[in-house]
Design a protein around this ligand. Structure first.
Ligand code: NDP
Ligand code: GDR
Length: 344
């Protein structure tokens, strides 16, 4: 029976990946960090919290000695490093913490692998945020990086460390450069889920207006459940490498808002510009979306679109769910949750 460590089991991707690996017959060691009230709502939603082959292990990514013990105690042969301070907005307010966790954390794991068992296969959760101020359209594995946030810079460090340990010590270190991927399990601080949750609340008359920052940002959004399959495939390949996972379609935040309201049969009309822009319910004339500059970032990533051709060719990976289907799925899940009064 294969054994895998997933760091960040309490996050979106950690939950989906755990489900995938358990279905494949793995024993999974899912790590979470100590907080005063640990919340496993995602693995709960997937119905795997009590799976006999899922072991929840307390672990902090910033602790080297624990990283070493984690590898020694579990005997795992695959490590999926998904834990991170993953919110770009917060990384501007907490750049040092973000560096400790998101940059140095993966280095602790790479060092632990080097010390305990260099044969362990390592997946690093890299990101399209490393492309930042994009140098080519669409972005591929060879596109030059230009990160635009402390988060992007931290991830770039971890990415290059993964490549460096591959080249220096022959460690099977693979880096998946994943573009935005969303799902009903997405955290509510990220824009898609913030939108679908608010749209559900507006429909249920629990909220009047949705406030957002930059509506012009363009993102390549896919479905998280499909992206974790790509992560697994990367660690089954013959050699370690770097792969882009993306849909090769980009839309603005504004487009996603329009789509989400459409899912509750509300047609939006957009009026005004920049900070004055509002989204109005075309049938009632009521303002339901407003720009609030407090959500603007000090530096923005304007446009992301990735070409996953290499992953398709070498791993047989390709995205299936359209953005419309994804948006609809998220709105429906949030309608269900808000109707039941759920708090996540
Ligand atoms: P989430 O924010 O949902 O999950 C992050 C996980 O990291 C949580 O389980 C969190 O724990 C954990 N974590 C944070 N700090 C620490 C720490 N110091 N020690 C141990 N665990 C910690 O992220 P996603 O699931 O969306 O993303 C997974 C990974 O992929 C992240 O590394 C992210 O940066 C990266 N990524 C995500 C993309 C996306 O679109 N989703 C795209 C590209 C890359 P807690 O619950 O306690 O906060
Ligand atoms: P991102 O995701 O920064 O791409 O990082 P996020 O959903 O936070 O932002 C996407 C875009 O929407 C704009 N935006 C807003 N964002 C948030 N969160 N809240 C708002 O109110 C709002 N209004 C407009 C943002 O400015 C941005 O342009 C995500 C994370 O999952 C990272 O961990 C991951 O690496 C990348 O995706 C790929």
């Amino acid at each position: 029976m294969k054994k895998a460590i997933i760091t960040g089991i309490s996050g979106q991707d950690g939950a989906y990946l755990a489900q995938l690996l358990l279905d494949k017959g793995y024993t999974v060691y899912g790590t979470y960090r100590r907080t005063s009230s640990v919340n496993f709502w995602r693995i709960d939603e997937l119905g795997i919290q009590d799976h006999p082959n899922l072991h929840l292990v307390e672990y902090d990514l910033t602790d080297l000695s624990t990283s070493i013990r984690l590898l020694q105690d579990t005997g795992a042969t695959e490590v999926y490093n998904l834990a991170a301070q993953s919110f770009v907005g917060v990384s501007f307010d907490q750049p040092v913490t973000t560096g400790h966790i998101t940059a140095m954390g993966p280095l602790n794991l790479l060092e632990a692998i080097r010390i305990v068992n260099p044969k362990v296969r390592f997946y690093q959760a890299s990101t399209s945020e490393m492309f930042g101020k994009v140098q080519a359209i669409p972005q591929v594995e060879s596109t030059p990086f230009y990160p635009r946030s402390p988060y992007g810079v931290a991830k770039l460090y971890a990415h290059w460390m993964t490549v460096n340990y591959r080249e220096s010590y022959g460690i099977f270190g693979t880096s998946g450069i994943l573009f935005n991927h969303e799902s009903p399990l997405r955290g509510r601080e990220f824009v898609t889920r913030k939108i679908t949750d608010s749209v559900a609340k507006i429909k249920l008359r629990k909220q009047d207006v949705l406030e957002l920052g930059n509506l012009d940002a363009k993102r390549d959004w896919g479905f998280a459940k499909e992206y974790v399959e790509g992560m697994w495939s990367m660690l089954q390949a013959d050699t370690p490498d770097t792969y882009v996972l993306a849909t090769n379609r980009t839309e603005t935040v504004r487009d996603f808002v329009t789509m989400a309201f459409k899912a509750i049969d509300v047609e939006l009309a957009w009026k005004g510009e920049a900070e004055q822009e509002v989204g109005v319910n075309a049938a009632t004339g009521k303002t339901v979306v407003r720009v609030n500059p407090k959500y603007y970032r000090p530096a923005e990533v304007d446009l992301l679109i990735g070409n996953p051709e290499k992953a398709s060719r070498e791993l047989g990976w390709k995205p299936e769910t359209t953005l419309e289907e994804l948006c609809d799925m998220m709105v429906k899940a949030d309608l269900r949750r808000n109707d039941k009064g759920a708090s996540f």
